[in-house]
Design a protein around this ligand. Structure first.
Ligand code: SF4
Length: 271
């Protein structure tokens, strides 16, 4: 009996901690919005280009992605029809600047085949399905080669306008260094924290508004990651330092060790 009571108190304590962590993260977001203003993020001309960028940016700096995108454009391959027509070997050469070209070319081809098979090759049909049933589309994306949770969520959010919270290395670093999640937290745990930060407004907001917040949030996290929260945190002058001070001061330079390289823009979740 005493053991059951203890476990219940522990659970209640954990839930209260999680709510407090979500409130802190929300306050950090609001602080960044006031500091940096709207970000209007992801430099792409079409939803399809966002998808291709999400594949290409895995484990690669965005400048390399831009070179690959320019090659695809010049080769007439930056469209569903263009990628359908291009051979896999030619595609590898076009995306060579982004690295991992064997795997990425196969993954991009698989996405086009998926789009053709289920959505008649129409990004709009995929977008409509994501609006109807985001979880189903996420599962379908996750079943594709080269798509892990970060890429799936980036496609949902940035290409399809669905409210999917993207967890990247920058968010993981900030959340762990501020003690909002444990250092070994999994993707889903960091995502649940970030989603909980937006939960109070969720019932009032449309999916579009929520997606806009998630979009802005992720862009601001990347901004802080690039400017301050790299491999070695530069807390002095960081707009989020006030939160650290509330919970006991700056993290050590070594902890926690980030998995991604500084300056990298996005997904590292290739499979
Ligand atoms: S640099 Fe320091 S204050 Fe800024 S987000 Fe990282 S850990 Fe927090």
């Amino acid at each position: 009996m005493a053991g059951i009571k203890h476990r219940r108190h522990e659970r209640e304590g954990n839930a209260a901690d999680q709510r407090a962590a979500a409130r802190r993260l929300r306050a950090m977001y609001q602080h960044l919005v006031e500091r940096f203003g709207p970000q209007q993020w992801w430099p792409a001309n079409s939803a399809f280009e966002v998808v291709i960028g999400a594949y290409l940016t895995q484990n690669t700096a965005w400048t390399s992605v831009e070179r690959s995108i320019a090659n695809l454009k010049a080769g007439g391959a930056l469209s569903v029809a263009g990628l359908r027509a291009v051979g896999e070997e030619e595609l590898r050469q076009l995306i060579r600047p982004s690295g991992f070209m064997l795997r990425k070319a196969a993954a991009i081809k698989a996405f086009v085949a998926f789009l053709d098979a289920i959505y008649g090759g129409e990004m709009d049909a995929l977008r409509r399905d994501a609006a109807l049933d985001r979880a189903r589309v996420r599962e379908r994306l996750l079943a594709l080669p080269g798509v892990g949770p970060e890429t799936a969520d980036a496609i949902l959010l940035y290409a399809l306008g669905a409210p999917a919270m993207v967890v990247d290395e920058y968010l993981r670093r900030i959340a762990t260094r501020h003690g909002l999640v444990p250092e070994n937290a999994k993707y889903a745990e960091v995502q649940a924290l970030a989603e909980a930060a937006f939960a109070p407004g969720r019932e009032r907001e449309s999916a579009n508004e929520l997606a806009r917040h998630y979009n802005e949030f992720h862009a601001l996290v990347v901004q802080i990651g690039k400017l301050h929260c790299g491999r070695v945190p530069k807390c002095e002058g960081c707009p989020l330092a006030w939160d650290l001070e509330r919970v006991g001061g700056a993290p050590s330079a070594a902890a926690p060790a980030p998995r991604g390289a500084p300056g990298r823009r996005k997904a590292s979740d290739s499979r």
